[in-house]
Ligand binder design. Sequence first.
Ligand SMILES: *Cc1c(COP(=O)(O)O)cnc(C)c1O
Length: 407
Amino acid sequence: MSRTKNPLSNPNKRHGQTNLVHGGGCRSPHGETSEAIFMNSGFTYADSEAAEARFKGENPGFIYSRFSNPTVEMFQDRMALLEGAEAARATATGMAAVTTALMAQVRAGDHVVAARALFGGCRYVVEDFLPRYGVASTLVDGRDPENFAAAMRDNTRAIFLETPTNPTLELVDIAAVARIAHAHGAVLIVDNVFATSIWQKPLALGADLVVYSATKHIDGQGRALAGIILGRRELIEKDVHTIIRQTGPSISPFNAWIMLKGLETLDLRVCRMTRNAERIAAFLADHPGVERIYYPGHPSHPQYELACTQMKGNSNQCGGSSMLAFDVRGGKEAAFRCANALAVILTSNNLGDAKSIISHPATTTHQRFTPQVREEMGIGPGLLRLSVGLEDADDLVADLAFGLDQV
Ligand SMILES: *Cc1c(COP(=O)(O)O)cnc(C)c1O
């Protein structure tokens, strides 16, 4: 009896949540339900001819886990389905993904333009690390796309940005900056950590590469470091793959497996965390002890309209992300008093975790900058950054209300 093929056997005919659970699966002959951990460095060949064929690329099997491994490939394939990317390569950390993605585009004598509001490590790579190897960089205020256009030179090969930015949740118009990059023959690389793929799809908006610290929402449970680079096949499979293969910022199969498990609940977690963040933003916006809130999903955000068009999930609803920040009236002392009084929200510098986390950027993640640079970045002494977790929203609001009462 011939059976007709079920159209849902094609991942492209399934919805996103189904692929987050099943996408990129590669079952071994044992038929395990959960993805297997191929915790091995090398692979054997039936004979020398098979080894020769594999090294020549005539036979697609695995060779060595520095550059390909079945568990890592499952993570890459599932992420590519989520992101709508042709190809992906995972790395040991988010910083390895950022550094590899940038290094793959440039050589000595080239130039990179980046938005100045960047995660500390990313700003180091652009501002201090690349120039050591002869790659100049210009940092611009990313809120106005014209600033990118003005900074472009004949030798500009890449634009790098994150949106929303850390820690002040400024937005960059991805589609507008992609047009500027392409008019100059440069590639646009977007660090999509804060928004996550649930709320923002940079490739669909015109970006060439998207990078993640998978340490954040993709794991989302504070267990392991990981990163990933996604984009067009030709960009990923040539330079990005070669750099990973030859310089070794590779991910452990075990950590790739943790990320696969995290992806199964990514949509559930990010949506719930975002709903919690919206509740908290509304509460803080009306609190007399709070000078100002920074949340793209709140109408008080100066780029609220851009958030509504750029940060849309599958349901076409605007999602302001699980991250927010606020200025406590009274500066550093007041911010410390508020944070120290919290009983549920933890003081830490991680983000995207199931546990809510608060940090004081001026004295931690952005401590190494001069007060003038911090001011340029909008990081005042009373600023607190909050990564909203999966706790009950009433408890989070009550915790913050108590903290602000102690100021
Ligand atoms: C955490 C983070 C990184 C770095 O990721 P690691 O996994 O810690 O190396 C890069 N960009 C952003 C926006 C981040 O939040």
